[in-house]
Design a protein around this ligand. Sequence first.
Ligand code: GLN
Length: 537
Amino acid sequence: MARTKYIFVLGGVASSLGKGIISASLAKLLQSRGFSVAIQKLDPYINVDPGTLNPYEHGECYVTEDGAETDLDLGHYERFSNVPTSQANNVTTGSIYKTVIEKERRGDYLGHTVQVIPHITDEIKRRIKLLGNTGKYDFVITEIGGTVGDIESLPYIETVRQMRWEMGRDCAVIHLTLVPYLSAAGELKTKPTQHSVKTLLESGVQPDIIVCRTERHLNENLRNKIALFCNVEPSSVIESIDAKTIYEVPILMRDENLDTEILRKTMMPLDSQPDLKKWEEFLYKLDNPATEVNIGLIGKYIELKDAYKSINESFIHASAANECKVNLKLIHSEDIKESNVAELLGNMNGILVAPGFGERGIEGKITAVKYVRENGIPFLGICLGMQCAVVEFARNILGYKSAHSTEMNPDTKYPVIDLMEEQKKIKGLGGTMRLGTYPCKIKKGTKLYDIYQTLTISERHRHRYEFNNEYIEEYEKAGMLMSGINPKDNLVEITELKNHPWFIGVQFHPEYKSTVAKPHPLFVSFVEAAYENNKNR
Ligand code: GLN
């Protein structure tokens, strides 16, 4: 294989312009031409990983196969490229400094003064090259979090400068900026882009390609103007216009030749064509649903767009697979009471109770589970959502009125959900949950077996509590089956109700594994069940 090419994606002018989506779209395009691509995110904050950040700060925490708690952009990478990411795909300033300081304490620097340049930048470089050095990838796309000009981003930009200098055409820099439309002037404005590129130049980095996020089309004049002021070729000024869905962006980028520009800049062969047939089929189905359903998502962060990102996206994949539009209605768990549950959930064709931590809103979730159980509404409980289903069943079917998870009530007489043995000795919070992929054996004859069509699955986890196996027999006798078990330590991973159209709780997070190419079977089946529910009303 030829040498790995390194592509950097930096952002300017404003945050939230969609660097992650541009990176994932470029990866998709290169992949569809037959190249192998890895994507990586470098985050400039000092937390070692986002696992300890709450959703108000950082949106969803995405978990990889190898159990890294990472930025939600890694979810986009996987959903677009269908290639699993790992620890190496997410790097934070905290993790860089941790490594360097540990080396210093061991005496590895042999008495030298340890400095940002070269020690921190060398460590950043080492992390960037980890993926490239595997020899598996034609391209490594590295997205740098934050915005050019931030104090925190400086060591990363400096690393990009060094790598450009060392690697020449094996490296290319994409700068994503905002071209705002001023309605009073009736014009798109290029000045913020010019300034942002100047700021980048102060750090010694000349972008090769400028991707302009915009609400209106850029005309020829404007492209030429940006090219002239920012030292790039006019063909390297790429328009990124607001799209209806993020899944349209690879098509828009193909039409703007972003992939061709990258191949040209990195001296790679240009003789392939991107094959996006399957992707376009997916978009067509998404755009032309035959029918629709209402699904309620119950959580306590519903005001945050990014808190349940992967669940949202999984529904989009399952919508296309079923050619059935999912109208996802976010319902705040704290709003749900016995007195209004029928009014809030009555019109729903399915209810998903979201993952989560802590007490807030828990009784609302349990009330919702009771309602859907009694009314035959399809139910999917994920992680805490499954635990709520277990608690509800104990209280209302087994008659253990005070049953609870010991996370919420450590003194409950009926601890049907309890801390895992391995968790009891753990004190610190960072990276200490049961994380990443574990195998699960599915019992034949269960709904789960019908859905997965296989006896062994592997899914990703992120939790400390589990079903308390002392109660297994009682549950199964009363109609809640433990249909998936971890073969090594016997943990219950899946529960389902016998006498219900579709009622499933999973201790793992199926949403982390749903991609455009492979919609998750649980979500696909759940949407199908919601469709049936709608039809039979
Ligand atoms: N708080 C629960 C636990 O730690 C559930 C976690 C989750 O939903 N991810 O077990």
